[in-house]
Ligand binder design. Structure first.
Ligand code: CP
Ligand code: NVA
Length: 302
């Protein structure tokens, strides 16, 4: 694996290997086992959007692996003044060992990988959020033993990066995915054509999505960059909240997951969020372990 640009380009074997390695790294960290496989390296973190989890988990992960994390807000580098991404990539490619990029356009991450010639990680674009999915799969592996034969139900904005990354994960790994969303927020026709055959159901019926689900998943209704549409989104998506009625329809033992940040009493009932905080923040912690597995996989294949 040369880059992590999305879940789409990965095989089932690659995804599974990353999750299994993350599990090992998590257990090693608990036992104080240290791997400084990236000693002496510098990895650039170019962020055009806000971040708490992704930024901190990559910074801590790189530090623990012996590398330096060089955080570059795109507002502070020439990229923010219009220097093309391919020029930024050609500069950094000669100085740093890898790049972690959070931005809007997927093509920017693709171009960086091509022109930089260094391992490149998609830390969230409008298209996909692969790092989050790997942490989510790790949580499913820990809490439910794995995803085989499981059903994931995603509620809310099914046409966002998380909805799309879940669709690719379901296609690659073969578990059942239901996306409950109103028509304007369902994955669009162009995406579905590209996805092709997948174990995916798209419905406006939240009860049908929840029934038989093992994982109840949601994300903010207002993704970064969509703030101007907030009022309309909050109104249209209101019936798609994860709450106790939804939990009651799911399988016994179903887990509630949220990639965070969470907006209480919008996409998730505030009381339910606090009740399920353990599994939600376990998912958040797992970002660190998954990130380290990705960094090591890319470094090994350089
Ligand atoms: N889930 C996630 O990516 O969180 P941040 O935006 O805080 O990085
Ligand atoms: N869909 C959200 C994910 C945040 C981690 C966004 O893009 O803002």
């Amino acid at each position: 694996m040369k880059h992590l640009l999305g879940i789409e380009p990965l095989t089932a074997a690659e995804i599974t290997a990353l999750v299994e390695h993350a599990l090992v790294l998590k257990s090693e960290r608990t036992r104080g086992v240290i791997t400084t496989a990236l000693a002496g390296e510098t990895w650039a973190m170019i962020f055009t959007k806000s971040s708490t989890r992704t930024r901190v988990s990559f910074d801590v992960g790189l530090t623990e692996l012996g590398a330096r994390a060089l955080f570059l807000s795109s507002a502070d580098i020439q990229l923010g003044r219009g220097e093309p991404i391919k020029d930024t990539a050609r500069v950094l490619g000669r100085m740093v060992h890898g790049a972690i990029i959070r931005t809007f356009d997927q093509q920017d991450v693709v171009d960086f990988a091509e022109y930089g010639g260094i391992p490149t990680i998609n830390a969230l674009t409008d298209e996909e959020h692969p790092c989050q999915i790997l942490a989510d799969l790790l949580t499913i592996r820990e809490r439910l033993g794995g995803w085989e034969g499981r059903k994931v139900a995603f509620f809310g904005d099914g046409d966002c990066n998380m909805g799309r990354s879940w669709a690719w994960a379901a296609k690659r790994l073969g578990f059942e995915l239901a996306i409950a969303a109103p028509p304007p927020f369902q994955p669009d026709a162009a995406f579905l054509a590209r996805l092709g055959e997948a174990p995916l159901t798209i419905t406006e019926d939240v009860a049908a999505a929840a029934r038989g689900a093992d994982v109840l998943y949601t994300d903010t209704w207002v993704s970064m960059g969509r703030e101007a549409e907030a009022e309309d989104r909050l109104r249209t998506l209101a019936p798609y909240q994860i709450n106790k009625d939804i939990v009651a329809l799911a399988n016994p033992g179903a887990i509630v997951q949220h990639c965070l940040p969470a907006y209480r009493d919008k996409e998730i009932c505030g009381e339910l969020f606090e009740e399920r905080a353990d599994e939600i923040f376990q998912q958040s912690e797992n970002r660190l372990h998954a990130q380290k597995a990705v960094l090591l996989a890319l470094a090994a294949d350089r």
